[in-house]
Design a protein around this ligand. Structure first.
Ligand code: CP3
Length: 349
């Protein structure tokens, strides 16, 4: 019998005896083998664009922990890079881009063909991963959601409450809307290409959705509607491929989001109470989340208890165990191993 990945089963609405587990940023600086490959690559972007090395770092956490899913190693900012914007990673400062502010900047963005040519190494990584992964390990492709990607493109960085994007939305609404429209198209095309290369699930990261949570109209227009549009286009062009949406910080708007977008999975942050998600989201979608990543730094009894609490709250419905945000570089790799044991019910007391 071919083994069907548990991640796909959960996303079809199955409740499993033990949920699938994978972790955001499971390939990263907390792992010594990642740091070694990253040093070999030279820079973070060189790592992203090297199919051999990006495949290697994607597989490292699978080998070490046997997670139920692998996530393509890449970055949400490769799309703006593929659209022709300058991108660099300043050591210790995070990503930087040349700020985009005018209608001419938007008009000058590359077309899909040029973007695909730039991103060809990423698609090659997806092909290599699908060939290398065990059949039971699902391969997740991903992209940034238009709003979050736009905030980096406009401000050139990810800080300051996304003030740059909010200002452009207010002062030059046509420029902002044109950028969002281009990003909806480009993101859909990018995800289609990942699916064609072998991604079995795609995840849409809206890490800065919380910046619009106090403005109902803006949240609906720029968080919910782009996700709904991308989801419905993919349902037409690539039917049967499930999507996980992550509108981080959506708070009470998570429920309307889940109903409107009709993604198969919704990922919740650590601020969203798991019991609330059980009552309000799990009737509609598979829920993914939401252990606080800080517990992988601290470990111990506190980690065990918090993981059990998430399992208790969400384990009786369609559920994917994950964190509420990415693993931090100071996480202890042994704590990650312990977490996997707890979630699989293999932890000795
Ligand atoms: O999850 C994975 O293991 C897959 C790979 C992945 C990365 N970034 C690798 C990465 C994924 C899915 C992302 C998504 C991403 N990138 C998001 C959305 C998720 C989130 O965290 O909210 C965002 C906002 C970005 C943009 C980005 N890239 C930032 C803000 C940073 C700097 C933060 C940091 O930790 O330094 C990056 C760099 C980055 N992307 C690293 C990794 C492993 C660290 C780079 C390094 O090795 O120095």
């Amino acid at each position: 019998m071919p083994s069907h990945p548990t991640l796909l089963r959960a996303l079809r609405g199955e409740t499993l005896p033990r949920p699938p587990i994978w972790l955001m940023r499971q390939a990263g600086r907390y792992l010594p083998e990642y740091r070694a490959t990253r040093a070999e690559a030279g820079s973070f972007l060189d790592l992203c664009y090297s199919p051999a090395l990006a495949t290697e770092v994607t597989l490292q956490p699978i080998r070490r922990y046997g997670f139920d899913a692998a996530i393509l190693f890449a970055d949400i900012l490769l799309v703006p890079h593929g659209l022709g914007r300058k991108l660099w990673f300043a050591e210790g400062e995070g990503p930087r881009l040349e700020p985009l502010t005018t209608a001419a900047d938007v008009a000058a963005l590359a077309d899909d063909a040029a973007m695909h040519a730039h991103l060809a190494p990423v698609y090659e990584t997806v092909r290599r991963l699908r060939a290398a992964l065990p059949e039971e390990t699902a391969l997740i492709g991903f992209a940034g959601a238009p709003w979050t990607v736009a905030t980096y493109m406009i401000a050139g960085r990810g800080k300051d409450e996304q003030a740059g994007a909010k200002a452009l939305m207010r002062e030059a609404p046509d420029v902002f809307a044109a950028l969002m429209g281009r990003l909806i198209d480009a993101t859909t095309a990018y995800l289609e290409a990942q699916i064609d290369a072998g991604a079995q699930v795609v995840k849409l990261f809206d890490s800065w959705a919380g910046a619009l949570v106090d403005d109902a109209a803006a949240f609906e227009a720029w968080i919910q509607e782009p996700a709904r549009e991308i989801r419905s286009r993919l349902a037409r062009t690539r039917p049967g491929v499930p999507i996980i949406a992550f509108p981080r910080g959506a708070g009470a708007r998570y429920e309307a989001f889940a109903k409107a977008v009709m993604a198969e999975g919704v990922a919740i942050d650590s601020e969203t109470p798991a019991a609330w998600a059980r009552d309000h989201l799990q009737p509609h979608v598979a829920v993914q989340g939401n252990l606080d990543p800080a517990l992988l730094v601290r470990g111990g009894e506190e980690l065990d208890a918090a993981a059990e609490a998430v399992l208790d709250a969400l384990g009786a419905g369609p559920f994917i165990f994950n964190l509420g945000h990415g693993i931090t570089p100071d996480a202890d790799p042994d704590n990650v191993a312990r977490l996997v044991q707890v979630v699989r019910g293999e932890a000795g007391r």
